[in-house]
Design a protein around this ligand. Structure first.
Ligand code: DC
Length: 219
């Protein structure tokens, strides 16, 4: 593979996009960046420094000094950090700073799989392969509840469901880079799919997209 390949994966919280992104990266020998972690890491830094605040400049400074290689997934998985990330994700200057970091990450060969909310629409609108991964809110809430119970946390399904719906609304209704499928994204609804079936469907889509791209512009 001589060029950098970018696979763009978007979708709402707990849709299965992260698992799919990791498996696709391993399958194609690409790097992987969970861009949600970049928003979470900035939120965590701001909270540590005394609060989210209204000031975009602090968030931008945090984004610029973020070490993308040292984001601690377990620590950043906390519910409050996800909430805070979704709140600061509406700040346009912060989005611009993080998008620049995300593009840099993917630019060097062999390329990368990025998952998030705006990868196919804003970060890599020209990516040859775009997936939009969804599942019903109830199924996503069931998965999230199982995951939290597995970690020993006491959780209530209805509260998790209400929370996911609130987060979806905030991510879809913000003015800058809202969550939505790119016009040329392929939809995968994982509500009634195993991880294995979703992975096979994704590989078929990516293989087709990459060979169409190679036919259009052979290297
Ligand atoms: O995928 P996640 O739950 O870790 O993302 C946390 C929040 O970060 C999400 O609610 C919105 C924001 N986010 C974003 O605005 N754009 C992205 N590309 C990724 C995440």
């Amino acid at each position: 593979m001589s060029r950098s390949l970018v696979i763009a994966i978007d979708g709402p919280a707990a849709s299965g996009k992260g698992t799919l992104a990791r498996r696709l990266a391993a399958h194609y020998g690409l790097k992987h960046l969970d861009t949600g972690l970049t928003y979470r890491a900035v939120a965590a830094l701001l909270l540590e420094e005394g609060g989210l605040g209204e000031n975009g400049a602090r968030a931008v400074a945090a984004a610029e000094r973020l070490d993308l290689g040292a984001m601690d997934r377990d620590r950043l998985a906390a519910h409050e950090i996800g909430e805070a990330a979704s709140r600061i994700a509406v700040i346009p200057e912060l989005r611009r700073a993080l998008v620049a970091r995300q593009r840099d990450f993917a630019a060097s060969p062999p390329g990368a799989v990025l998952d998030g909310r705006d990868i196919g629409t804003v970060v890599f609108p020209d990516a040859p392969a775009k997936l939009f991964v969804t599942a019903s809110p109830e199924e996503r809430a069931r998965r999230r509840t199982d995951e939290l119970v597995g970690r020993g946390q006491a959780v209530d399904f209805d509260a998790v469901l209400a929370d996911l719906k609130r987060r979806d609304a905030r991510d879809m209704e913000r003015a800058d880079s809202p969550l939505r499928p790119a016009d040329d994204a392929h939809l995968i609804d994982t509500s009634a799919m195993t991880i294995e079936a979703a992975f096979r469907a994704a590989v078929a889509i990516v293989d087709r997209a990459v060979s169409a791209e190679n036919r259009a512009s052979p290297s």
